[in-house]
Write a protein that binds this ligand. Structure first.
Ligand code: ADP
Ligand code: MG
Length: 274
């Protein structure tokens, strides 16, 4: 059995040159770093062990390291010191989804459809690998680069959330990370569509704090209020209704969502919606 997935070091600064802060959250800080040996740049997520009451982090990390998808930020390496865990992540430089929408000031259903498609593809891949993100929200969606057509990447597998759940695991190297509580797919898709609702126009400007904004959106299911939604295509509304369906048996799966006309057809409008 190969258990060499984790590297141990006394001082992380021997391995990486710290350049700048990229972001921070309640459980972690993310830095732009340069690996001394290779000169490669990464996003290094630093997590204090003290703040992470998690017995099975290592099993989860092992699985995340094997995850490879175009729209998922890759976990390249994992270091441990006496006090910290360090997640060496693929560096993306395009910034957060909402920031870009607000900066651009122009956003169409077609743009939203393209973003949602990529997210659904990533989510579908993660589900196939029995991984539930559990922290899917707009601030965890990053653009790969500042390029106008940059792909969108899911980041942040919510280590803070991992702390609350049990994880099934087997021998080192076996995909043992299993979805929690049976709400896997539907719950996630529902969340995503809430994000979509935000893209569709009227909520983003009602709340400056993205987390509060998001919880507002969650409560505003099915509220296609006039006049904000008047110009939104019937196809988009149909898509959203299926995604937000209360009955889990009727609700779209990621696969159904991916084959909806609003995603693969040409029903998404091209007019500005914000
Ligand atoms: P938290 O668990 O604290 O929410 P995140 O992983 O979401 O941590 O990272 C916090 C912030 O750091 C993100 O919102 C983003 O701005 C930045 N960030 C995270 N991952 C990357 C990355 N791979 N490349 C560039 N910036 C990143
Ligand atoms: Mg985050």
């Amino acid at each position: 059995i190969d258990c060499s997935w984790k590297k141990i070091t006394n001082n992380i600064k021997d391995i990486f040159d710290f350049k700048e802060v990229l972001g921070s959250g309640s459980f972690s800080e993310v830095y732009l770093v340069r690996e001394r040996k290779t000169g490669n740049f990464y996003a290094l997520k630093c997590v204090k062990k003290k703040q992470l009451h998690h017995s099975n982090l290592e099993n989860e990390i092992k699985v995340l390291k094997r995850i490879k998808h175009d729209n998922v930020v890759g976990l390249e390496d994992f270091y441990e010191t006496r006090t910290h865990y360090y997640l060496v992540m693929e560096l993306v430089s395009g910034g957060e989804l909402f920031d870009r929408i607000l900066d651009r000031g122009v956003y169409t259903e077609k743009d939203a459809s393209r973003v949602i498609k990529q997210v659904l593809e990533a989510v579908s891949y993660l589900h196939q690998n029995s991984i539930v993100h559990r922290d899917l929200k707009p601030e965890n969606l990053l653009y790969y680069s500042s390029d106008e057509n940059a792909k969108i990447m899911i980041s942040d597998f919510g280590l803070s959330k991992m702390a609350d759940h049990g994880v099934m695991s087997t021998a080192c190297g076996t995909p043992g990370y299993v979805g929690m509580n049976g709400f896997t797919q539907n719950r996630t898709v529902k969340l995503w569509t809430a994000g979509l609702s935000a893209l569709s126009g009227y909520l983003p400007f009602y709340e400056e704090n993205e987390t509060r904004l998001f919880s507002k959106i969650m409560k505003a299911e099915y509220a296609f209020h006039s006049p904000y939604w008047d110009e939104i295509s019937e196809s988009a509304k149909d898509f959203i209704r299926h995604m937000l369906e209360k009955n889990p048996n009727k609700r779209f799966t990621t696969e159904q969502a991916l084959s909806h006309a609003w995603i693969i057809g040409d029903t998404a409008h091209n007019d500005n919606i914000i």
